[in-house]
Every structure is written in C-alpha cells, then in structure tokens.
Design a protein. Sequence first.
Length: 265
Amino acid sequence: MNCATCHSNVETFELYVFDEVTFPSGATVSFGEGEPANTCINCHQGRSSTGSVDRALGDLGDDEIADNLRFQNIHYFAAGATLFGTEVKGAYEFAGNEYLGRNEHVGAFDDCTECHDTHALEVEVAECADCHENVETAADLRLIREGEVDYDGDGDVTEGIAGEIDTMTEMLYTAMQEYSTSVGADLIVYDSHSYPYFFNDAGESYSTWTPTLLRAAYNYQYVQKDPGAFAHNGQYMIQVLYDTLAALNADVSGMTRPQISADGG
Ligand code: HEC
Ligand code: HEC
Ligand code: HEC
Ligand code: HEC
C-alpha cells in the first residue's frame, strides 16, 4: 500500500488524523480522538449494513420468492464493522434481538494497531502469548478461548472460539440449502471465488431469493469475508450466526447464544 494512503507527509511520516469515522449504517464511531486505528476503519468498514439489507427487502414476506432481489455484499475484510458490533450494524441483525457492541477486549489490545503490526499487518503473536498460554505461532491464535460455553453445541469445549464459529458457519450453509429447497426456490450454492458468489445448481446467478434466504446469505458472506471475526468480536459473530440459523428454522436447541451483560457491553 502507498505510504501516502495513511501518511499526510512522507518525509516526517505524519499521519492523516481522524477523530471519528462514519459507517455504511450511518453510525459514527471512534477509537478515541486522533487514534491511528481510526485510519484503518475508514476502509475496513464494509459497504452495507442491516439497514441496506432491510431497504432492499422492503415489506416482502419472509418466505416469499421475489425475482427482483439481488444479493447484498458486505465486501472483504470488514474487521471494523465486526469489532464495533451493534454500534455499527455491519452484519444483518434480526429485529427484536439484542446484540453486543464494541468488543471490550483488554485495554492494551482493543484496536487495530494494537493487535496488528501497522506495516506488516500481521498479528503481534508474541504479545498475545503473555495472556493466552497455548499461543506460540500465528496458527495457534485460532485455539484461543475463554470459558467453557459450548456455543455450537458439538460437545467440544476445548476448541478455540474460531472453531465454534467455523462449525456454526458450516451449519449455516447446510441450513440455507435445506431452506432453499423447502420453500420451492432453487438449491443455493456458494462459490467464494466467483462473483456474485451465490448460484443455483446449474451454475447460474442465484435468482430465487426470499428475504430469509437473502439475510442468511448476507451473513454467511459476512463471516467468510472476516477471517479474523473470532478475534474482532467472536461473541457478536456467534449471536449473528445463532439468529440466522434460527430464522432458517435450523435446530439451535443445543447451541448457546452469548449473553448481553447488565451494562450492555
Ligand atoms: C495503512 C496505513 C499505513 C500505511 C499504508 C503506511 N503507514 Fe506508516 N504508520 C502508520 C501508523 C498508524 C503509524 C503510527 C505508529 C504505529 O501505529 O505503528 C505509522 C508510523 C510510521 C513511521 C513512524 C515510526 C514507526 O514505525 O512507528 C514510519 C517511519 C512509517 N510509518 C513509514 C511508512 C512508510 C515508509 C510507508 C510506505 C512504505 C508507510 N509507513 C505506510 C500507518 C501506515
Ligand atoms: C485505504 C484503505 C485501507 C486502509 C486505510 C487500511 N487498509 Fe487494510 N486493507 C485494505 C485492502 C483493500 C486490503 C486487501 C488487500 C488485498 O486483498 O490485497 C487490506 C488488507 C489488510 C489486512 C490483510 C493483509 C493480508 O495480507 O492478508 C490487514 C491485516 C489489514 N488490512 C489491516 C489494516 C490495518 C491494521 C490498518 C490501519 C493501520 C489498515 N488495514 C488500513 C485497505 C485498507
Ligand atoms: C484482539 C486483537 C485484534 C484486534 C483488536 C484486531 N484484530 Fe484483526 N485479526 C486478529 C486476529 C487474531 C486475526 C486472525 C489472524 C490469523 O488467523 O492469522 C485477525 C485478522 C484480520 C484480518 C484478516 C487477515 C487475513 O489475511 O486473513 C484483517 C483484514 C484484520 N484482522 C484487520 C483488522 C482491523 C482493520 C482491525 C481494527 C478494526 C483489527 N483487525 C483489529 C486480531 C485482532
Ligand atoms: C493482558 C492479557 C491479554 C492479552 C495480552 C491478550 N488477551 Fe485476549 N483475552 C484476554 C482476556 C482476559 C479475555 C477474556 C475477556 C475479554 O474478552 O476481555 C481475552 C479474550 C480473547 C479472545 C476471545 C475468547 C473467547 O472465548 O471469546 C480472543 C480471540 C483473544 N482474546 C485474542 C487475543 C489476541 C489475538 C491477542 C494478541 C494480539 C490477545 N488476545 C492478547 C486477555 C488478553
């Protein structure tokens, strides 16, 4: 990336300063006045939100197949949207449910430039190891977990929070396929490498959307495009996956939806 993208002066390396950043939902958030991490969320915010999905759906019934619907795409690496959770509503949030806000990870590691090396962009793995004992390499980051809540209901409370998210994401794909045929729409197939990502089983762009399926596809793509979601705001991501599965009538009885604490955080 060009130095001048972030530095207003490439001799003194002064940074462009942002006090706050507005997200696609219209919400404005900040890591603190002039914090360098505000630079990152100018780009890492996605391009859509709960609101843009709702606007596209209008007042169609949940299971109504409508040929004028098009897939809504978050775009890649919306890490900032995940981190701020319901404050910016980058994932699709279901009406009537409450969601976690900004990830309150320990203070010294709660923004982009604290966990990532600003220039190499890699995670500062050695720093994580100070508190997360089993971490030695970058691959081990996916083993981090706190507590023993079996979110995905697979009986394994030793896998990382990343593993809980992976299982629920796989279940979401299965549930989308089952739902699509159960309402008489085409079987839905995902291809992460080809635009527009969702196809029917003849390989044509998917065109038999219902509102429920479009919301689910939006969140499925959301998780795919934030591979660091487990660290950016894992519990928020699990809430979103849980609610999406429930909306598809998948069996969530063995799963646990992360709670919102009394102070809302
Ligand atoms: C994505 C944004 C971004 C880009 C692109 C970027 N920098 Fe930086 N740079 C920062 C931030 C943020 C800091 C503040 C210190 C920190 O958080 O690491 C910084 C700090 C610096 C510093 C001060 C010393 C230090 O390392 O802290 C130098 C020198 C520097 N950058 C050089 C460069 C050069 C040379 C390039 C182009 C090859 C570049 N930067 C590209 C974001 C960026
Ligand atoms: C001008 C827009 C912009 C800014 C500002 C920006 N990024 Fe990015 N970043 C991108 C894009 C676009 C990509 C994807 C690049 C690609 O796929 O080749 C990316 C990729 C990344 C990656 C993945 C790198 C990889 O090789 O997999 C990380 C991590 C990242 N950015 C962190 C940051 C952090 C931390 C900051 C703030 C210091 C920041 N970015 C600022 C646009 C930006
Ligand atoms: C608590 C520490 C933490 C914070 C805060 C954090 N990240 Fe991450 N980020 C991670 C971890 C861990 C990964 C996964 C890395 C891996 O699996 O190798 C990751 C992955 C990513 C990726 C995907 C990289 C890839 O190639 O797969 C991007 C992009 C990214 N982060 C950007 C950001 C931005 C932008 C912010 C600020 C909004 C941010 N991160 C805040 C820890 C953090
Ligand atoms: C000073 C100690 C400390 C450091 C350093 C630290 N963490 Fe944490 N981390 C915690 C604590 C405590 C929790 C549980 C409560 C919370 O989320 O704040 C946690 C939670 C997490 C979780 C969520 C686990 C779950 O089950 O939901 C992830 C992922 C995580 N940390 C990743 C990282 C990464 C990546 C780094 C390095 C960039 C890092 N942590 C550095 C103390 C730390």
